[in-house]
Write a protein that binds this ligand. Sequence first.
Ligand SMILES: Cc1cc2nc3c(=O)[nH]c(=O)nc-3n(C[C@H](O)[C@H](O)[C@H](O)COP(=O)(O)OP(=O)(O)OC[C@H]3O[C@@H](n4cnc5c(N)ncnc54)[C@H](O)[C@@H]3O)c2cc1C
Length: 313
Amino acid sequence: MVYAGPKAVFFTLSRSATLKKLASRYGMATPESFARRFIAGETIDEAVVVARSLQSNGLHLTLDYLGESVRTIDEAAAATRTYLSLIDSIVSSGIERNLSLKLTQLGVDVDRATCVDNLRRILDPAQRHGFFVRIDMENSPYTDVTLEVFETLWRQEYRNVGVALQSCLHRTEKDVRRMNELGARVRLVKGAYKEPATVAYQRKSEVDDAYLRLMRLLLDAGHYPAIATHDERMLDATCAYAKERGLAGDRYEFQMLYGIRRDLQAALTAKGHRVRVYVPFGREWFPYFMRRLGERPANVGFVLRGILGERSR
Ligand SMILES: Cc1cc2nc3c(=O)[nH]c(=O)nc-3n(C[C@H](O)[C@H](O)[C@H](O)COP(=O)(O)OP(=O)(O)OC[C@H]3O[C@@H](n4cnc5c(N)ncnc54)[C@H](O)[C@@H]3O)c2cc1C
């Protein structure tokens, strides 16, 4: 089976302005709208409400203000300001202090130095208030620049920051080893983007095998790694390996996406594992939403039922 098929289709669709308009009209219109299954809301206040409820069920959190591929310095500055407001809101609401963000949202495509400045503007107050900030990993044209920006800040003694690495990429073992050597925290994911065969495995079995290898490398020599997946085979293998190595449950954590495998999130928490939920919010939810559909085309059925239901109301 070629793993990349549905991802390619949904990646193309995610660039359709008509579809974006249609989805934006119906996706978040009411509390029952279909996109709310995966997106916590469009505002900081809505995200905080969702986060509080997850936290009250024993889950941990990371909040992500959705947005990517900004084209101007002003848009990057606006995203930075939203993150600063988010920090204030999280501090005053008392929920867990953990953020996720993307460099293309902070302007890396427009001007790299400005992007680094924007990131520093977020990391400084985040550090003062005890936040951890994860830099999400975007598609492969951004792998080098993301890791370079991360290392620049690491050299400047920022320690409240970590990266995400994707098991689908051929290069990732080298990157995991480098992060382990630095002492940096890694979130291990399979990879959400359609990638060419020149840089990435195309079969699910290859991506999964790599995931298992990298998970072991991180549990052996990593620094509080985050094993981010909804795949029960990966999760079981992680639990088994941690047990075999005698690793305590506070040496690593699991991470899952808001709205996906809520049963597993609850079951792992009930067994005493630390599970962090990635909670995305914001008006620019369409590309993120399309990636979630691409991972599981069966989700399209529930979206279509939602749209038809809302149109007939
Ligand atoms: C916390 C977190 C952060 C992430 N950050 C990044 C990042 O920075 N960069 C990046 O490229 N990717 C990121 N991802 C996405 C990741 O790369 C995968 O695309 C995604 O997690 C699906 O892969 P999987 O490991 O769950 O395994 P899969 O083999 O894809 O899925 C395993 C099972 O999980 C369930 N499942 C998976 N996806 C869905 C879905 N969309 N809807 C319903 N059920 C589903 C199904 O039951 C499926 O059988 C992140 C994922 C998580 C959990």
